[in-house]
Design a protein around this ligand. Structure first.
Ligand SMILES: Cc1cn([C@H]2C[C@H](O)[C@@H](COP(=O)(O)OP(=O)(O)OP(=O)(O)O)O2)c(=O)[nH]c1=O
Length: 198
């Protein structure tokens, strides 16, 4: 039986957990797809990302209870791109992706990935914050990037682990955090739940 549940539909998070050698089972509420969780009026971006991760983990814990499953740890995360205090989430369409990438062009933004882990009724949380500087992007760069389809399921409309990596001049922080699951913080939280990695 895998040691943890992962309350996430993100293929990147599954891949990064596999990189740690942590087997997991998915624990997901229906429906299979939905829009991003909305920001509350006046809610600061840094609070929003933490609240969202926490809610994903607590929803997982509720499912666990309803389904009378074994009490293994439940891990969830949320990744948000923040520029000038604004949350730049997943683009809703091509125009939105063009708008977001235009804002990121030639400037520096933050990527916050919040983690939440529920184990035996206790919530453990952490957050990884990374500064990312983009080179200037021409309208042609943005258009060709949107043609690849890569922006659409990703916060900030880019994937640092994919072609989007060519836009990144500099990062200060955690590459795996930008990708969706910061490994240092993940290992720390798993350790609190008794899962010790090498
Ligand atoms: C900035 C950035 C984000 N992303 C991805 C990671 C996340 O999957 C996604 C942010 O959306 P999230 O809402 O954090 O996650 P998700 O909807 O994909 O999955 P779930 O809520 O079920 O856990 O953006 C990258 O893959 N690369 C990047 O460089």
């Amino acid at each position: 039986m895998p040691p943890i549940y992962l309350a996430s539909r993100s293929p990147r998070r599954r891949e990064l957990l596999a990189q740690l050698g942590v087997e997991h089972e998915l624990l997901l509420p229906p429906p299979a797809n939905g829009p991003d969780e909305p920001q509350l009026p006046g809610e600061p971006a840094a609070h929003y990302v933490r609240r969202t991760a926490r809610e994903k983990a607590l929803t997982g814990a509720e499912l666990l209870k309803q389904r009378k499953l074994a009490g293994r740890p439940i891990l969830a995360a949320d990744t948000t791109v923040i520029l000038d205090g604004d949350v730049l989430g997943k683009p809703v369409d091509r125009n939105d992706a063009v708008r977001i990438l235009g804002r990121l062009s030639g400037s520096e933004h933050e990527v916050h990935t919040a983690l939440a882990l529920v184990h035996r009724g206790t919530l453990h949380e952490d957050v990884s914050i990374t500064l990312v500087r983009f080179r200037e992007l021409t309208p042609g760069d943005i258009s060709r990037y949107c043609d690849t389809g890569e922006p659409y399921d990703k916060a900030g409309a880019y994937g640092i682990q994919g072609l989007g990596g060519v836009f990144v001049q500099h990062i200060a922080g955690s590459f795996t955090g930008v990708m969706g699951l910061p490994l240092y913080e993940t290992a720390r939280l798993l350790g609190l739940a008794g899962i010790v990695l090498p």
